[in-house]
Design a protein around this ligand. Structure first.
Ligand code: 13P
Length: 251
């Protein structure tokens, strides 16, 4: 399957910095490639990236994503951004259930499942994040945790589950420089693939991507695993050469 390399800029950037980063990426993205590529940018900058994509043909390959989406469709939800708004801004993807949202914004499994549903209703592919904390891993609960997180999304979305991208992001590997070994990551991806197989006949086509300190040095070994279909990149997505190296490793 075509791998997906998605950058998650998190709460970084400015109008000037984004333009510089996209300018540098454009040079590397001008030629067609064998991988899908996306950037998930802060909501206030979605329109900027949409406009730059329209202006610079070299960015045609770069798909746009958001970092979150509301669990509601419309109405009195101050501060929220709806899936319809993301659709308006040309978003192809929306990250849902990132561990930073679960941890700092109290997002439950059920809330994450509702967000995935809202995205799917607008033709936006939710990048559904699952992953265990260090304490959960050390207690031997990794499989139980990620299966519980995924089960909620399967339960709420039925046969539409075949339309998601799943991201395994072990919380202890995010921003820490500690990556899951290719074998550790593959083992969890295989568990998730099996769970998806039980839910949809299309599980073999569904992308399961890895996130957590993926960088130019370790990407190739991770992406070589049979059930790792791409990467969700944090820190390394803010540096064009690093992000492009990871993309090259996927192609
Ligand atoms: P880092 O690549 O900075 O570890 O972040 C991973 C991540 O959380 C992507 O969503």
């Amino acid at each position: 399957m075509t791998p997906l390399i998605a950058g998650n800029w998190k709460m970084n950037g400015s109008l000037a910095a984004n333009e510089a980063l996209l300018g540098a990426l454009a040079q590397g993205l001008a030629a067609p490639g064998a991988a899908e590529v996306a950037v998930c940018v802060p909501a206030p900058y979605l329109a900027q990236v949409q406009a730059l994509k329209a202006k610079w043909p070299a960015l045609a390959r770069l798909q746009l994503g958001a970092q979150d989406v509301s669990h509601q469709a419309t109405g009195a939800y101050t501060g929220e951004v709806s899936a319809a708004m993301l659709q308006d801004l040309g978003c192809r993807f929306a990250i849902v259930g990132h561990s930073e949202r679960r941890q700092y914004h109290g997002e439950t499994d059920a809330r994450v499942a509702d967000k995935a549903k809202q995205a799917l209703a607008r033709g936006i592919t939710p990048i559904v994040c699952v992953g265990e904390t260090l304490a959960e891993r050390e207690a031997g609960h990794t499989v139980e945790v990620v299966k519980r997180q995924l089960a909620a999304v399967i339960h709420a979305n039925g046969h539409c589950i075949s339309e998601i991208v799943l991201a395994y992001e072990p919380v202890w590997a995010i921003g820490t420089g500690k990556t899951a070994s290719p074998e550790e990551a593959q083992a969890v991806h295989a568990v998730l693939r099996a769970q998806l197989h039980a839910a949809t006949p299309h599980a073999g086509l569904l992308k399961i991507i890895y996130g957590g300190s993926m960088n130019a040095g370790n990407a190739a070994a991770l992406l070589a695993q049979p059930d790792i279909d791409g990467g969700l990149i944090g820190g390394a997505a803010l540096k064009a050469p690093d992000f492009l190296s990871i993309l090259a490793a996927a192609a």
